[in-house]
Design a protein around this ligand. Structure first.
Ligand code: TXA
Ligand code: MG
Length: 356
């Protein structure tokens, strides 16, 4: 009962595409859920002004109500309907990074249901760049609340197939716009904090933000801010064990020089293979020679940080589907998208890091 409609993001002005977007927009206006592609990850959308519709998001995902949602807009003037005040910094950042993978936390306006902000005085807003997301939000005529379109505790979806795997039978419609280009979620920047602070590293790097707003603070060390982590943090004191959740299989992150990482991963691989385990490795193109003959199930994330980000979640899901017992992954440089990549790898590994 979940329909998947394929649309070419470059040909949305054709009659068929317009019809399908209009159909999806009608579903949203009527309070139904629609899975939509964005440039970061697929989102599970609902009319942000309809609390009952937003509640369906939490039910479909199996997500606790204590975790607030991002409101997506297509035009900057829609901000006035969502926030009570637009900080000066938000104008500057919007000019530089919207549409794009930046979410800003601002004081919530009276029209935003408490369900969306989980009762907080602030609301998260983002203007996505994906043509299908933009066309859909415009056609719906309302802002669209959307978390990542995965089941609670699972890896975010970067293809329509990923979203279908997690949400089939729970949503009437998935718009398939092909694989997401950025591949990690948006950067969340808290503009309500005394000093603008990154709550979740994402598609816009720290360096890029600082070129516009030099005082931006990096995420607090050890803080991994996301839907699932939020809960854990509320109950577990810092330093205590974190819940492992991302892929359904244990993952280990290796950190160190490239040569040392490869060596340690190979050693761990051999030990586990000797015990009869199936081992998956998440590596980069330049590691392929090292692992070619190793007997591991190999997934290469590519070469550049952009490629690694794009393929990261697909890699985790692919290894999971390949039925491996464990995933060993290497780490990457921390500049630019590297901060987001490390954050997601740490989460996937449930903070199990092997320093070599
Ligand atoms: O790239 C993205 O941001 C994707 C696409 C679909 O736009 N969305 C996404 O949403 O990643 P979600 O719900 O999976 O993660 C957003 C996080 C939430 O976990 C929540 O902790 C935080 O944003 N958040 C939302 N509203 C907030 C608020 N008012 N204050 C602080 N954090 C908030
Ligand atoms: Mg999420």
């Amino acid at each position: 009962e979940t329909r998947i409609i394929q649309l070419d993001p470059n040909h949305l002005d054709e009659p068929y595409a317009r019809q399908q977007i209009e159909y999806a927009a009608r579903l949203l206006r009527e309070g139904e859920l629609v899975v939509l592609p964005t440039e970061t990850v697929y989102g599970l959308g609902a009319n942000a002004f309809n609390a009952q519709a937003a509640e369906q998001i939490f039910i479909a995902k199996g997500r606790p109500l204590s975790d607030p949602l991002i409101v997506h807009i297509a035009d900057e003037h829609e901000l006035e309907n969502i926030v009570s005040q637009v900080p000066e910094a938000a104008r500057k950042l919007a000019a530089a990074f919207w549409p794009g993978p930046l979410t800003m936390i601002m004081p919530a306006g009276p029209r935003v249901p408490g369900l969306i902000t989980s009762g907080l005085p602030n609301v998260a807003v983002r203007m996505p760049a994906h043509p299908i997301a933009r066309a859909l939000i415009r056609a719906a005529g309302v802002p669209v609340a959307a978390p990542s379109a995965n089941r609670f505790m699972h890896v975010s979806p970067t293809t329509a197939r990923h979203a279908y795997t997690d949400l089939k039978g729970r949503v009437p419609l998935i718009l398939d716009g092909g694989p997401c280009t950025v591949g990690v979620e948006s950067t969340i920047l808290d503009l309500c904090a005394e000093i603008p602070t990154i709550l979740r590293p994402g598609g816009v790097g720290l360096e890029a933000l600082r070129r516009v707003l030099p005082q931006v603070r990096p995420p607090r060390a050890g803080q991994v801010h996301d839907e699932e982590e939020e809960l854990t943090q509320a109950r577990v004191a810092p330093g205590q064990m974190r819940v492992h959740y991302s892929p359904s299989i244990p993952a280990y992150l290796f950190e160190g020089s490239v040569a040392a990482m490869r060596q340690a991963m190979l050693a761990e691989l051999q030990t586990r293979q000797a015990r009869g385990e199936r081992v998956g490795v998440l590596i980069a193109d330049e590691d392929l020679n090292t692992f070619q003959e190793s007997g591991a199930i190999i997934y290469s994330l590519g070469h550049t940080p952009e490629q690694v980000a794009t393929h990261l979640f697909a890699g985790l899901r692919t290894l999971e589907d390949a039925g491996v017992n464990v995933i060993l992954c290497r780490s990457f440089a921390e500049q630019g998208l590297g901060l987001a990549i490390r954050d997601r790898l740490l989460k996937a590994a449930g903070s199990k890091v092997t320093k070599v």
